[in-house]
Ligand binder design. Sequence first.
Ligand SMILES: O=C(O)CCC(=O)C(=O)O
Ligand SMILES: [Mn+2]
Length: 192
Amino acid sequence: MSTWQEIADGGRLLHVPQFFDTAAADHLFDWLRDHVPWEQLAVRGRPFPRMNAWYADPGLRWSYSGVTHRGEGWHPRLEVLRQELEVATGLRFNSLLLNRYRHGQDSIGYHADAEPELGRNPAVATLSLGETRRFLLRHPASGERRTYELGHGSLFLMAGSTQHHWLHALPKTEVPVGERISLTFRFLFPTD
Ligand SMILES: O=C(O)CCC(=O)C(=O)O
Ligand SMILES: [Mn+2]
């Protein structure tokens, strides 16, 4: 595994460019594209510029950006992936938000993963498949910016106090690009 990077104000990042080899990543990408029940969520009539799906332990609840999800368990294939990631990172995860960026106009704006369900210093683990896209981090207090190219089969972890002091985004691009799927594993604390 690669080594952790310390960033301003107690943030911690880990980037593993080849967590999966190309064949394993190809296989997983095709399976996810064809088997996950993708939907385009909308809040107040405004569709998100990406597709999503969500899995979590039964009964868990997570609300973000005006959307509430309730956990209904895992697909066996995704359960295996969760366990693989838990072993590799030594962390525990009980939920998975999948994002599918169909083309360069799909994106996610600057935000922090800071919902109360995530607890104080959440670890968010992202597996990337398909097209390489730029992942941006910004530290509003100083204006510092960081850019990571998240490629096919990579793992990117944000931990420590990253979500308190940094924002992250996956911007649109004018360059013609193919699809990217990201799997973001988190640990949610039960709310009721
Ligand atoms: O697709 C990505 O790498 C980032 C997605 C993200 O920030 C999120 O789902 O909260
Ligand atoms: Mn996020």
